[in-house]
Unconditional design. Structure first.
Length: 173
């Protein structure tokens, strides 16, 4: 993960090595300017940089439209009624079995391809239900941003949550 925090840490390390660089810009320190959050990796010795516009290019979809993030599963959030109406045709949250077949299929596609989620439950998180709501209502959404933010969250989770794998793919947290 290379974000503003990582960029600042990079600058702070340069200043620790050479205190005369204090107060200088990234360019004056010999660093590239920070332009956007990236996922940086290396595959077979080749540097790979993934950012939102790369995802937009790969899936051939503009990086624009509606986007909601940071929604927790608090029942008092107004989005609950909105998405429950579009998914379950009711203001109250229903069960997976209450979904119509086409919405079950959309949920399956989302969970397995677009925004994979851990665990065996088909019950989507509120953010996933908002994502589905946009598809169901045909409102333009920022799919590349959803995918990129989901990738970032998955990377952060993998770095902060201690996980132990045992045979047959069972996950113990």
């Amino acid at each position: 993960m290379y974000d503003r925090k990582a960029a600042q840490l990079e600058m702070d390390e340069k200043v620790l090595i050479d205190p005369t660089l204090a107060g200088k810009s990234r360019e004056e320190m010999g660093l590239e300017p920070f332009t956007c959050t990236e996922i940086r990796s290396s595959i077979m010795g080749i540097s790979v940089f993934i950012y939102q516009e790369v995802i937009a290019y790969v899936i051939r979809r503009d990086s624009e439209g509606s986007f909601k993030d940071g929604l927790d599963n608090n029942k008092k959030i107004p989005w609950n009624e909105v998405v429950n109406q579009s998914m379950f045709n009711s203001k109250k949250k229903g069960a997976y079995s209450d979904l119509m077949m086409e919405k079950k299929m959309l949920l399956k596609i989302q969970n397995e391809n677009l925004l994979p989620k851990g665990g065996g439950s088909y019950q989507p998180y509120l953010e996933h239900r908002v994502f589905l709501h946009y598809f169901i209502t045909k409102e333009k959404e920022n799919v590349p941003k959803y995918i990129f933010i989901h990738m970032i969250k998955a990377l952060r989770d993998s770095q902060t949550i201690k996980r132990t794998w045992i045979p047959y793919g069972i996950l113990i947290s």
